[in-house]
Design a protein around this ligand. Structure first.
Ligand code: MLT
Length: 326
């Protein structure tokens, strides 16, 4: 027999469950905001706009993109962690969400507790690129150039913990050099400056690098995956270039605030799946040299598990490298 308190609890839980499923049935009945933690025109922004448009068509509501910038992507994550868990504010993020958990000791949210994964979107390498006017023509010459000119060499980055910043940190720690990083609010503007010759190097996602490489406006030196890229077969890997074990692979995922009702997460996940089968999206992913996760391992549970394991992975890498900057 249930006590009075027990019965009250069951009745409350049932009515909350009912309210959640009523909310989900009606969802979405207005526009959805998709927060992008980096500047417009960059790689994360490009992926967000592409899948946002396709998901909006499926859901019958516009998905508007809002670039919420700063602190290596943690400002955006802090906003989404505090948002109402009703499915109307979502976020796309990448490995910086995981690295930020160790790099920023005073975060306003708990990275592994604050978000509900919707799905894994794509994964692709970074490419170490140089400005066209650099004398180096190969990765070996580029690394020699960095070693000999470390006081004056400039590398672009999108803030502590961003992919470009982690790539710069790995290069510096392996080469044992100290280089000045020019900080941007995303690699969209950083790439503009590389093309304009204002900075020397930018390690950026293939998504943002491919069209410039094909247009001959920048010099690609090496790819950060352990395998060569099928689109740029002649480009060596960083590991082949004498930086053993060098591996940095980008991955994007979609999140909602924790507490978002499961039926809403399911609707969003189904809309994401539809976007990931959309020929228009797939053709752009090909241009970006970025790939999908296997269909059986990219849903909400796989996203939560990946975030957890990447928080642990980057926690170890950053601590082994001396911990977050004080
Ligand atoms: C990064 O450096 O992590 C990204 O390229 C940032 C961005 O999407 O602009």
């Amino acid at each position: 027999m249930l006590s009075f308190l027990g019965r009250t609890f069951v009745a409350l839980a049932a009515s909350l469950g009912f309210a959640a499923s009523a909310l989900a049935q009606d969802y979405p009945n207005r526009q959805i905001t998709l927060i992008v933690p980096y500047a417009a025109g960059g790689p994360t922004d490009s992926i967000a706009r592409l899948i946002g448009e396709s998901m909006g068509n499926t859901l019958g509501q516009t998905i508007i993109i809002e670039n919420s910038l700063g602190a290596g992507g943690t400002t955006a994550a802090g906003r989404v962690a505090k948002a109402d868990p009703d499915g109307y504010m979502l976020m796309i993020h990448h490995l910086a969400l995981a690295a930020g958990a160790t790099l920023y000791p005073k975060l306003t949210y708990n990275t592994t507790e604050a978000f509900a994964g919707i799905g894994l979107v794509n994964s692709g390498p970074f490419i170490l690129n140089g400005k066209k006017g650099l004398p180096a023509n190969t990765i070996k010459e580029a690394l020699d150039y960095i070693r000999t000119n470390q006081e004056k060499v400039t590398m672009g980055g999108a803030g502590a913990g961003s992919g470009s910043n982690l790539c710069n940190m790995l290069i510096q720690s392996i080469l044992g050099v100290k280089i000045s990083e020019v900080s941007y609010r995303g690699t969209g503007p950083a790439m503009n400056d590389l093309v304009g010759g204002q900075i020397d190097f930018l390690c950026d996602q293939s998504t943002n690098s491919m069209s410039q490489i094909k247009g001959g406006t920048i010099k690609p030196y090496a790819v950060t995956s352990l395998e060569r890229m099928k689109d740029l077969k002649d480009l060596p890997t960083m590991a082949e270039a004498g930086l053993p074990g060098f591996e940095l692979v980008q991955w994007h995922a979609l999140y909602a605030p924790k507490g978002t009702p499961a039926p809403i997460i399911a609707k969003l996940s189904a809309a994401l799946e539809k976007a990931l089968a959309d020929p228009k999206v797939l053709a752009r992913f090909d241009d970006f040299a970025t790939v999908l996760f296997p269909a059986s391992a990219r849903g909400p549970a796989a996203t939560d598990a990946r975030l957890k394991s990447e928080v642990a992975l980057w926690g170890k890498v950053i601590k082994d490298a001396g911990g977050p900057a004080k």
